[in-house]
Design a protein around this ligand. Structure first.
Ligand code: GLN
Length: 282
């Protein structure tokens, strides 16, 4: 079968669920993954044929996409802040909002790079690794409770040729970090059970709940714990950064005020939602 004929079949099948633009972008992502071809190659090689075996493989991708498997897990990779990352269902797929958090940290520390930085709940390692890539003299540490996530994060540090020290720890069980950090950053689980109906099936059915959900009763559990640790483990000029639940901006600010943090800034993401916070000790 001609690839260009299969293309129409693939995109037509996915369009009702995803819309034409996303269906087309899935086609090109799979095309690159399976054949290392780009959009232009279809024009340059109009007679490119798919063998029957190749069609079986393509149909496998099509079925998985129809059952809402995230494309990033199917091809095992995604990009974040201009870098490539391996992803598996053991880690959350990096989000564009989180790229904005990284950009904010880099802007704020451009003049005076931090000496040491810790990312808590690193997952794929996207925050720690992209910061390490841009802050060449910073000692970067990254912590996660999940050994499977840390395997992926370790492979991503190697892929991007940066040095990050990974720590397997449950932040909720730690009293002290045993070190002072200039920057503490975290994108902890923050989606409440009551928000589940807003979450799309590709996220809800396939991404790790450990990385996403918190109880309705105590949604700021991780924020309180990390902020309390930050009171003892930030250097005097150090800064704490959080990605936050868009509905809990005011509550998260109040929590930090209550704990005695100063210079608390709440920032919106590109969608106009409250999405990140910066705070310091003085
Ligand atoms: N923003 C993520 C989502 O869309 C949630 C990330 C998190 O819980 N830290 O599902």
């Amino acid at each position: 079968m001609l690839l260009k004929e299969y293309k129409d079949h693939f995109i037509t099948a996915l369009t009702p669920d995803y819309g034409l633009d996303e269906a087309s972008s899935f086609f090109y992502l799979v095309l690159h993954h399976l054949h290392q071809l780009q959009r232009i190659d279809l024009v340059l090689q109009p007679n490119f044929q798919l063998s029957n075996e190749e069609i079986v493989v393509w149909n496998g991708f099509l079925e998985q996409l129809l059952s809402h498997h995230p494309i990033q897990y199917l091809i095992g990779a995604t990009s974040f802040y201009g870098l490539s990352f391996h992803v598996t269902p053991s880690v959350l797929i990096p989000r564009p909002e989180t790229e904005e958090l990284v950009a904010w940290i880099l802007q704020n520390h451009a003049a005076k790079p931090p000496i040491s930085l810790l990312d808590i709940g690193t997952g794929s390692g996207c925050i720690a690794i992209s910061l390490a890539h841009h802050l060449s003299n910073t000692q970067v540490y990254a912590m996660d409770i999940s050994s499977k996530a840390l395997e992926i994060a370790t492979s991503n540090a190697a892929l991007n040729q940066v040095e990050v020290t990974f720590l397997e720890q449950d932040i909720l069980k730690i009293e002290n970090l045993g070190n002072q950090f200039d920057v503490l950053v975290s994108n902890p689980p923050y989606v409440r059970e009551l928000e589940k109906q807003e979450i799309k099936p590709n996220v809800l059915e396939h991404e790790p709940h450990l990385a996403l959900f918190v109880s309705d009763e105590n949604p700021l559990l991780f924020y309180r714990k990390i902020a309390e640790i930050a009171l003892r483990s930030l250097t005097p000029e150090g800064k704490l950064y959080f990605e936050i639940n868009q509905y809990l901006g005011a509550e998260t600010v109040s929590l930090l005020q209550e704990l005695g943090f100063k210079n608390i800034h709440l920032k919106k993401d590109f969608m106009g939602n409250d999405r990140m916070i910066q705070a310091s000790l003085r």
